[in-house]
Design a protein. Sequence first.
Length: 741
Amino acid sequence: MVNGQDTGKLGEFVLRHGKLQASAETLRDARILVPEDIHIQPEGLVALSDLSGLTWKIDQAKQILELTASPARLSSTALQVNPWNIRRKIESGMGMTLNYDAVGTFTNGQAGGTSSFDFRSFSRWGIMSSDWLTSEGASAGQNLAIRLDSAYTYADINSLRRYTLGDFIGGGLSWTRPVHLEGAQIRSDFSTRPDLITFPMPAIGGSTAVPSTVTVLANGNVVSSNQVAAGPFQIQQLPVISGAGTLTLTVTNALGQQVTLNQPFYASSTLLASGLQTYSIQTGLVRRAWGTLSYEDGKTAGSALYRRGLSRWFTVEGAAEGTPGAFMAGGGGTATVGHLGAVNFAVAGSSASGKSGAQYSFGAQRVTRAYSFGGSAVLADRNYRDVASMNGTGVYRKQIGATATLGLKRMGSVSAAYAGLDQDAPPVLAPSVSSTATHSKILSANYFLQFHHIGLFAAAYRNFVGTSQNNQIQIGLMVFLAKQRSASVSGTTGGSEQVQVQQTVVYIGDWGYQGSVAVDSSSNHEFGEAQYKSKVGLFSAGVDSLAGVMTGRIEDQGALSFVDGSLFPSNYVYDSFGIVDTTPAGHVHVLQENRDIGTTNRAGKMLVPDMRSFELNRIGVVASDVPPDVTLAVDTYQIRPQDRSGVVIKFPMRFSYGALLKLVDESGASIPLGSTATLMATGAAYPVGYDGEAYVENLSPHNELRVKLPNERVCTVSFDYKRIPGELLTIGPLRCIEKKP
């Protein structure tokens, strides 16, 4: 026992010459701190008298050791909120999915169309994918098909790592410029553990004299509540929102006495937790004109980046990249400054065409519940080069950004932002690459106030480089008419006014619409569209009139999936999906997170299109929909699907081939309660209930029962059975013939 509390542990102790001794491992197992440099007795034992702040008493008759330790002698009870070392099972079926979004337009008797396609082939070994854009009748009857990305990816959920072979965007930091590559990549991927928070979270601790309940609040919200033993304790990795705040620790003992402690904190998502690291390594050919041409490969390039949390307040980072004719490398870090905010800095150097260049980056931010502000700057000299600049993109010579927000409570909120960019004209490597320098300085401000179902908004925009026509103020009013319906009216100092109404589509069976009228000095713009979300897709039809030119528009957005030997049409599958299988029962209601989302078809299958990858998804069926002659083993599953994949969720069902038998003895009286009926064909035993009734499964066309009575006497009964689909048969009375001695 430690400080009067039973630890439930057994230990081996040696009492020699009045000194109690034990191994260091035994003492540490009882939460007793043992210094590494403590004097070790013979046989590897430590004398308890050598440990200050520790006394002991033995009841040898009961074999109980009572230890009394000061808080300094006890190790802390570590309460881990989100442990990292959890191995999880991720499930994936095998199949294919084709997402599509097809739009047709009709203008002045001419028809045109654009489409986007996202094809995936998935299995537990990874995902093959390919994205395409197509257009027909775009100009002079020209038809185009543009490949976007085609790649094979595999996510290792236990190492939090993802491998890619094909097209991808390279990893990047705030001061580097990722490029599209066609090659190979390996990178850290925390999306496989969406429950984890990767940035440093505050810790709080204390000490209790007796077992107590410890509750922690972050900005008034409970984030942790645990039972702790007597002695010191430490709560690590408390889940909090980023920014500045206050932790409140409340310790309550068994008598209801409370002690409260407040501790300020500052958490920033730009840092990594101590000891956590991320990296990305990639190499391949740079893809130029992505989204415009299917193939226009640039130079070979390779890059690597690395970040590691060195402590709770500092994260170091570095990056290097190279391509024929240029090399760049740099490093920096992100740190929190007390409880005030976060700062970041980086320095990079490059070498290209025999010239050396440099780039400097720095920034700072502070986020609180009431206000936030921040700023950043990236400056490069005239000789600085990176991979992007060697493949048709101009160098960013100066990037300056600043943001500020202020919450006015009942008076709404106001925000402002400034963005300035000076970018060199890129080298002309191909006709598809623009060669114009960019210079912009834009200041914007926004205000929003919501009162019940009415929202007031205002926005101001100032372009310091463009003409005065680009400087405008917009004021508007928005009315929230229902949960998915709203209307708004707005006007600008440029002389334009707009009225808009809309009803968004969320669930299957919903109708939606959009309508707007915009008037300015040059032309009028009218637009109207209706939408319907069915089980097989989202359908839209509308008319757009601009400056007297009328355009009709139709759209079909959905998906086709081939899984488990069947083809399933559905709405667009953005992430993962599931195939619910209730064979042999059909028309069974399916529940997703306890919400009814539809029924399985006649064959007992249904596609659930919006499952969350790597997270627990609760999928169930309504047991009352299952026919009486069908047995349902499990009515709810919890599934973690692989991203962009499908998983088959099969609810084990089988025909019971059962019937309710009414058993009577030779005199016609009911077989007594407590008898046992055994089906001779299977050997399964079934209890006999009131009125001689017994429910027996797995019956054959001809059956024989052996009934054992409470008085140990035995009788037998024979009967025929013919299944009627969807019905639970009652057979009897059946006369049970007792065996004669």
